[in-house]
Design a protein around this ligand. Structure first.
Ligand code: GUN
Ligand code: FE
Length: 439
């Protein structure tokens, strides 16, 4: 293998002499550098060693082992998607009660659906279907709610781990303002959360999260206890915030000493003290924006959920991007109906255009920004995922769009068309840390 040495110059700083443990994936490569820059490298090789990207090259050195070249021809190769807010326990509830408003929908459909996860067999079956569907849709990085049940939450954690996904998940907490059949007492909620996060802190690429449902369903005692645990164990936090006019009003009544929901979380060590992922963030006054302008905080746009449950507004995505807030996309099933983050990209752009009609000060979001949210930005709290920089995990999707007739399109036009008009049938391969994921 020594003869490779002289050819290695084109690989920059790769120092190894042997190429035997390298793989080279050939295709039209697209990934986000930042919100304004999509890198497009046509007919190029992504060089991968042990599941880690080493670089992207136009040519391979002479004598590179042919059997280590995976030729995807004219297909696109993009990073796996990041779904940063989704309820695994609402998988069966998609498309139900879509004529209701949030609080009514939660009481009528959601709490009874989630209560069924007390049954471990039910949890195994439904969470199995959920994880399969994530993979089918190309979501390789995920931040998901379970239910209030300890055992079901363990089952979800293990299934994510078995599949090799990069994930945060945790046992849900709620000790007030929900029906008797779906409610915890404060002390046992805290105790089982501590057991969960100490047992499951991190296994493989799955990490335990602390998951207060939202301020309304959590007493201040519970929030304070959870904040203490988050700090003690360095655990990420995941919740809903500033979602609907009705929930903001209810939260103000329940927490009169705080100006807004963000302050409730912040003063209980649940906003920005550890990585914090807040779904929705639709109604963001300046105080809330300020608290979220923290590298530890991320707001998750869930456009389909917003439209279905009619929260009364649309996230000001362009404004928050300009203000430097970390943003991601979430499918938020069951208020969203599809687990496709490609669809989430299209919806993000569409919703921002609707918002722009009413608030022309902020332009609509473009493909580069939405794709960034769905991949690199969404994946920022996982370990090097969502892009193909040197040192990143090769978590990738191969997109075959040959079912669409049409010639002379650029790779970016094809990516856009896949997001709007394609579906999971166009995803012909999924790689996680360089390994093929079988669906
Ligand atoms: N707020 C509190 N719980 C939920 C939920 O399950 N879905 C949505 N969309 N919002 C919530
Ligand atoms: Fe949600």
């Amino acid at each position: 293998m020594l003869e490779y040495h002289k050819n290695l110059e084109i690989f920059g700083d790769i120092e190894e002499v042997s190429m035997d443990n390298y793989k080279a994936y050939l295709g039209n490569v697209i990934y986000s550098q930042d919100k304004d820059t999509l890198v497009v490298k046509e007919k190029s090789y992504i060089l991968v060693q042990d599941g880690i990207v080493q670089g992207i090259f136009k040519d391979l050195p002479e004598g590179f082992p042919q059997e280590n070249i995976i030729d995807w021809g004219n297909n696109l190769i993009i990073p796996g998607f990041s779904d940063m807010h989704v309820h695994a326990s609402q998988f069966l509830q998609r498309g139900m009660g879509m004529d209701k408003k949030l609080l009514d929908w939660l009481n009528t459909y959601t709490y009874p659906t989630e209560a069924k996860f007390q049954d471990k067999e039910h949890a195994k079956k439904i969470y199995g279907l959920f994880v399969d569907e994530l993979v089918r849709q190309g979501t390789l990085h995920v931040n998901c709610f379970s239910s209030i049940h300890y055992e079901a939450s363990e089952i979800l954690f293990e299934l994510l781990l078995e599949r090799g996904l990069f994930a945060f998940t945790g046992k849900l907490n709620m000790d007030q303002n929900s029906p008797e059949f779906y409610l915890e007492d404060t002390e046992s909620s805290l105790r089982s959360t501590e057991v969960f996060i100490s047992n499951y802190r991190q296994k493989g690429n799955v990490q335990a999260a602390i998951v207060p449902r939202f301020t309304i369903t959590c007493s201040e005692e519970l929030l304070a206890g959870l904040g203490k645990l988050a700090q003690q164990y360095g655990t990420p936090v995941h919740s809903h915030m500033c979602e609907a006019i009705s929930t903001i009003k209810a939260s103000k009544e329940l927490f009169p000493n705080y100006k807004n929901e963000a302050e409730v979380f912040y003063h209980n060590n649940l906003l920005g003290q550890t990585p914090t992922i807040m779904a929705h963030c639709i109604f963001m006054d300046d105080d809330v924006v300020q608290l979220m302008q923290n590298p530890n905080c991320m707001a998750v746009h869930c456009p389909d959920a917003t439209a279905n449950i009619n929260a009364g507004g649309i996230m000001p995505v362009k404004k928050l991007l300009e203000m430097g807030i970390n943003l991601a996309i979430g499918s938020d099933i069951g208020s969203g109906a599809s687990l496709s983050i490609a669809r989430g990209i299209a919806s993000t752009i569409q919703h921002s255009k609707i918002r722009n009609m009413f608030d022309p000060q902020w332009e609509a979001v473009n493909l580069s920004e939405a794709f960034y949210m769905a991949t690199r930005s969404g994946g920022r709290y996982f370990n090097k995922v969502g892009a193909f920089d040197k040192g990143y995990h090769f978590n990738a999707l191969v997109i075959d769009d040959s079912n669409f007739p049409g010639e002379n399109l650029t790779s970016l036009e094809r990516l856009e068309r896949f997001c709007y008009a394609g579906d999971d049938r166009n995803i012909v391969m999924r790689y996680i840390v360089g390994k093929e994921l079988i669906i």
